[in-house]
Design a protein around this ligand. Structure first.
Ligand code: ASP
Ligand code: MG
Length: 403
């Protein structure tokens, strides 16, 4: 069998840990498998490299930034290869360019356009364990690119797909995906299996166990992911297509996100094109808007429009909107950063009515006021007062029987 394994920075943070990873890789090899290993940079190396660049200039050239930050993975791959040699096994480390991971030219967030598997196949046929630098590729003009922060996951899944690997094991510092954040909900349980769609919703909620783009990639190409810990031998969480999950629970996970703020534009004229004006001005500034609620206007003359953005984007959003007030003939812009988003995700919601009603009732019983609500087919999110978010997560977690 061919197995792709990916080790994150937290699993490779020290020489001791690199040796541990080497033993894990060798164990998989000894079981008769061919192994391709994708590595991230050691610990916080990438952050440290970026910091260095910003000490020189506040706007580093992106091509050069890619030259710089792609070095982190070169260090970890070479060291891991040496650690494997030291144990008496054959291994070779390869950069993105040596592997032939061709990307577009969008430096610091490039997309993979194609992978030439010849080199990897040759090395595998020579009995080598192949260690690939994650997160990096090369343009057709031979400039080094990177795939966006956390991009090693994408490298691993892309390789698993083109090499037709049996599974893609992603090793990290947690045991898998949990029904809730174990730091908040003591009785949170590890999920054995979860669907791509649920993972995508969760990644968009900010619970970043896996890179969003990597999950999209896995879904598109049907790559089964086994997310697990590099610190123990426990089975982790399998991420796969929903049809392969026997009994999907109604709710799989409850999450909260404090990185959100609520902005309301009061007294907006009720006429076509207004929402388009508001949100295109925000989009022009690269501001990502999450939940949007427009009240129905009673007098058919004015509306209030509320939406949420991350904390970083709040001030800029408010400024953009203040400038637009005359154009919108709106009265004022209010913002509130004392809020948090509490969400429930689960594919079972599709077939079980009353989930939202139950969620709202559970919150209501505890006197937790809901400021905003948004839903998708498999997710319900509520904006609540920030100080109530932890309590909200706990009562929903027990209320929906996740413990
Ligand atoms: N080292 C890169 C980062 O920290 C890529 C990765 O970890 O996946 O973003
Ligand atoms: Mg990293």
């Amino acid at each position: 069998m061919l197995i792709v394994q990916k080790y994150g920075g937290s699993s490779l943070a020290s020489i001791e840990m690199i040796k541990n990873v080497a033993n894990r890789v060798i164990k998989t090899r000894k079981q008769g498998n061919k192994v391709v290993v994708v590595v991230s940079a050691m610990g916080d190396t990438t952050d440290e490299l970026i910091e260095k660049a910003y000490k020189i200039t506040s706007s580093p050239n992106k091509r050069e930034l890619d030259m710089l930050i792609s070095t982190g993975e070169q260090i970890s791959s070479a060291l891991l290869s040496m650690a494997i040699h030291h144990e008496g096994y054959k291994a070779i480390s390869l950069t993105g360019s040596q592997v032939g991971i061709i990307t577009d030219t969008m430096h610091t967030k490039a997309r993979i356009k194609g992978i030439d598997t010849k080199r990897i196949e040759k090395e595998l046929s020579l009995d080598n364990i192949v260690i690939v630098c994650g997160f990096q590729g090369i343009t057709v003009d031979e400039d080094i690119t990177t795939l966006g922060r956390g991009g090693s996951d994408t490298t691993a899944i892309a390789l698993a797909s083109v090499l037709d690997a049996e599974t893609c094991e992603i090793y990290t510092d947690v045991d898998g995906v949990y029904t809730g954040d174990p730091r908040i909900v003591k009785k949170a349980k590890k999920l054995d299996v979860i669907s791509y769609d649920e993972m995508l919703e969760m990644a968009s909620l900010g619970s970043v166990v896996l890179n969003l783009r990597a999950v999209e990639f896995a879904k598109k190409y049907g790559v089964v992911i086994h997310l697990r810990s590099s610190f123990n031998d426990k089975e982790g969480t399998i991420i796969c297509e929903e049809v392969n999950i026997m009994e999907a629970p109604v709710v799989s996970e409850i999450a909260s996100d404090e990185n959100c703020t609520k902005i309301t534009i009061v007294g907006v004229k009720d006429k076509p094109g207004i929402a388009g004006t508001i949100f295109s001005h925000l989009a022009d500034k690269g501001i990502n808007v999450d939940m949007i609620v427009q009240g129905a206007s009673l007098d058919e003359k004015t509306n209030n429009i509320s939406f949420t953005v991350t904390r970083d984007d709040m001030n800029e959003s408010v400024n953009v909107l203040k400038g637009l007030l005359p154009k919108l003939s709106a009265t004022e812009v209010i913002h509130d950063d004392n809020v948090a988003k509490v969400s429930m995700v689960g594919v079972g919601m599709r077939s079980h009515p009353g989930v939202a009603a139950k969620m709202f009732s559970l919150l209501g019983e505890r006197n937790i006021n809901i400021h905003m609500i948004s839903t998708s087919e498999i997710k319900i999110s509520c904006i609540v007062e920030k100080g109530k978010a932890v309590e909200a997560v706990r009562i929903l977690h027990s209320g929906f029987g996740l413990e």
